[in-house]
Design a protein around this ligand. Structure first.
Ligand SMILES: [Mn+2]
Length: 338
């Protein structure tokens, strides 16, 4: 629940600031890009005294970049000096859709000494300390849902631009798998209804996000499900795994494997799914985890075994070793799950 005191403090912090940045997590997804660009659009519209800039630790996938303002966002991975220079001059920094500065990797380390006020807006459990103001609510389906409610509490929701509303809608749409999971309260549907009333083209948003894959991506999915999926009905689990070579064979681009991890869950009786794949620089294995229902917390699984975290039903982490070792390790974990 939003409390009026936090909203007043936010209003005051924005009024007092001159230069702000909005920073999302590494490998930005639809919710991260949507929340970041919506907040930027909102601040530009309602608080024009403020210079504001979206900052992504690395490049978001192309199918998210249609959102207004996204193309002029800063990308730390490709332009470190410009990004750091901008951040150094900020007196206000928003952190959206994550709650642990470690998730920014190198950018996080480079930001530690900054003295700007820090505001968290996020829906993951167990937020870190160290923020000056926290909007953290794991009952939200998406950071974009929370972001809308904050804008509403500030009294501005009815005047949002269509572009801002579409960015927010994209975040809810992607974080809930088109309104099929992660929704815990009726609030999600109320927010979606409000966004629709603002005039968004919801079919066009869905189409831009979900119908813009390359042929290579669709073939990679086919290959993965046919040849690279292990199913363990006795453990109600399945996983898929890909090497860097296989990703390269299918001309992998950022975002191509987004949502792959959800496919094994569409098998009847499977409650736990993992996607294990070699990182870009082959230094480690990226681990993406999903579960269905209330039996398995992949947040706990990721925290215990893969130096990561996330939500009860969706989380991620890392494994340091080879892909084969990671598969064996994961199979070992399955033995411990009833
Ligand atoms: Mn999210």
């Amino acid at each position: 629940m939003l409390n009026q005191q936090d909203i007043s403090r936010l209003r005051q912090m924005v009024a007092e600031a001159k230069q702000a940045a909005i920073v999302a997590h590494i490998n930005p997804d639809g919710d991260a890009v949507g929340a970041t660009m919506a907040l930027q659009g909102y601040l530009q519209q309602f608080h024009p005294h403020l210079t504001v800039q979206a900052v992504f630790p690395n490049q978001p996938p192309a199918f998210l970049m249609w959102v207004e303002g996204a193309k002029s966002s800063f990308c730390f991975a490709t332009d470190k000096e410009k990004t750091l220079q901008y951040l150094q001059q900020c007196d206000l920094i928003f952190f959206v859709d994550f709650n642990n500065v470690d998730r920014l990797e190198e950018l996080g380390a480079r930001m530690r000494h900054l003295t700007a006020r820090k505001v968290l807006i996020d829906h993951h459990p167990q937020p870190d300390d160290g923020f000056d103001l926290e909007f953290s609510d794991p009952s939200m389906s998406a950071t974009c849902e929370l972001m809308y409610l904050i804008m509403d509490a500030l009294g501005d929701a009815k005047k949002l631009s269509v572009a801002t509303a579409e960015a927010l809608y994209m975040g809810i749409l992607t974080d809930t798998g088109s309104f099929s999971y992660g929704i815990q309260t009726p609030s999600t549907f109320r927010v979606a209804a409000d966004l629709m009333a603002l005039g968004i083209d919801k079919n066009a948003v869905a189409s831009r996000v979900f119908d813009s894959y390359s042929e290579h991506r669709v073939r990679l999915l086919g290959y993965t499900l046919k040849d690279k999926m292990m199913v363990y009905p006795e453990h109600k689990a399945a996983y898929i795994y890909l090497s860097r070579q296989e990703l390269n064979d299918y001309h992998f681009e950022v975002g191509d494997t987004e949502s792959f991890v959800n496919y094994p869950l569409s098998i009847k009786g499977i409650e736990l799914s993992a996607f294990l794949y070699e990182s870009l620089d082959a230094s480690h294995i990226r681990v993406s985890l999903r579960s269905r229902g209330k039996n398995i917390s992949v947040n706990e699984l990721a925290r215990t075994h893969f130096k990561g975290g996330g939500h009860f039903n969706a989380a991620g982490g890392k494994f340091f070793g080879t892909l084969a070792q990671c598969c064996t390790y994961f199979e070992g974990i399955l033995q411990t799950i009833k």
